[in-house]
Design a protein around this ligand. Structure first.
Ligand SMILES: [Zn+2]
Length: 371
């Protein structure tokens, strides 16, 4: 399990810089949650055996928290592994030129529309080309390997689709980079242009300046930076492991924090271009600033589901999909309890005392505020 301590140390040291009203509310909430996670601040359950007592502190359940985010990912994986049909899948990454990153950083309301845009592009192209519906999962990301703001989408799509009127499953769809890239590029620029026209795009540039920037970003064919990666993924579990790397994880997994001095942090950044890991050193305040940009806004989902995976497709459509595939709908197992998930994933039972005796739940407790 990732170690929370280094991150906590940094957040404590910089508390006056982020714990104030001008900070984006989601950032303040997420950072405070990480600090309170697993401490008396969130209350605890009291357990006891004949000879011992134990407090089990509540966790913050924040997606941003290395420890809670990790456990949620494992539970998510298990649920998807059970529910998804056994078919081949493919992974697609939609990127955009770097000039646009800062626009999305400044205009977070536009950031939230990207998963819809990406999913629509994939679905439309497949529908036009093959006339079928597919399963689509989108994981929006705001960071690259170096923690800088870099907005892109990881899209997971079934490599076969359902022909809905004939209820036939069409296997082996082939995705084509060129047309997908052009549709994605058009969708993003059209989206930003309409935001500009509607007066909801904040920027230090003038309207003309922004229009020029969008045109340049759209037309720059010589150095095509609307890069699209396609990954063929054969099995469902391979597909899910790929997805889990991008889901519900804080932007910097704890293993990449190497050491913390009294004002500096040393971490491993990934230089994607050169394809290598780089030891990077920066001041706490700079590190926290980088990190804060990646805290998702409140009530935003880490994963979005579209097409045959959309919440509206559950029910008859979902059942029809399994009939077309000649597979049976699988019922995911009930979510593991806190205790069972620790036993399963981390190999220890939190409710066995030092003499091997089982502890029983006594009551829930919390700190009492002294006036
Ligand atoms: Zn937590």
């Amino acid at each position: 399990m990732p170690d929370l301590n280094l991150l906590k140390q940094i957040l404590v040291a910089t508390r006056t810089e982020w714990d104030r009203p001008s900070t984006r509310p989601a950032v303040r909430k997420a950072f405070a949650a990480v600090l309170d996670c697993g401490t008396a601040a969130l209350g605890w359950e009291l357990y006891a055996s004949d000879s011992e007592e134990k407090r089990c502190y509540h966790r913050c359940k924040s997606r941003f928290c290395p420890s809670c985010g990790y456990r949620t990912t494992l539970l998510w994986l298990e649920k998807q592994e059970a529910a998804l049909p056994d078919i081949p899948y493919a992974g697609v990454v939609f990127t955009m030129p770097r000039e646009l990153w800062s626009i999305f950083k400044r205009n977070r309301h536009l950031l939230h529309d990207l998963p819809d845009l990406g999913a629509r592009v994939i679905q439309q192209w497949i529908r036009i080309r093959y006339g079928v519906s597919v399963l689509v999962m989108v994981v929006p990301h705001t960071f690259g390997g170096d923690l800088k703001f870099n907005t892109h989408l990881h899209i997971l799509v079934s490599a076969g689709g359902l022909h809905e009127s004939s209820a036939q499953w069409i296997p082996h769809l082939r995705l084509e980079k060129g047309p997908l890239m052009r549709m994605w590029r058009y969708a993003v620029i059209a989206h930003l242009r309409s935001a500009l026209r509607a007066g909801v795009l904040r920027s230090d540039l003038s309207t003309q300046g922004l229009q020029r920037l969008l045109s340049t970003a759209y037309q720059n064919e010589r150095h095509p930076r609307w890069i699209i990666f396609l990954h063929k993924i054969v099995s469902k579990s391979h597909f899910l492991r790929y997805a889990a790397r991008y889901v519900r994880r804080p932007p910097i997994a704890s293993w990449r924090l190497l050491e913390v001095t009294d004002r500096e942090v040393v971490f491993v950044a990934k230089d994607t271009k050169a394809g290598r890991l780089v030891r990077t050193r920066c001041l706490f305040s700079e590190f926290v600033r980088l990190l804060a940009a990646h805290v998702p806004d409140l009530y935003r989902h880490a994963i979005r589901y579209f097409g045959l995976l959309a919440p509206s497709a559950k029910g008859n459509k979902w059942a029809g999909l399994f009939v077309a595939l000649s597979q049976t709908v699988k019922i995911p197992p009930p979510r593991l309890s806190w205790r069972d998930s620790l036993v399963r994933y981390f190999g220890f039972d939190p409710l066995i005392d030092s003499r091997g005796q089982e502890m029983r739940w006594v009551r829930r407790e919390r700190l009492v505020k002294v006036m």
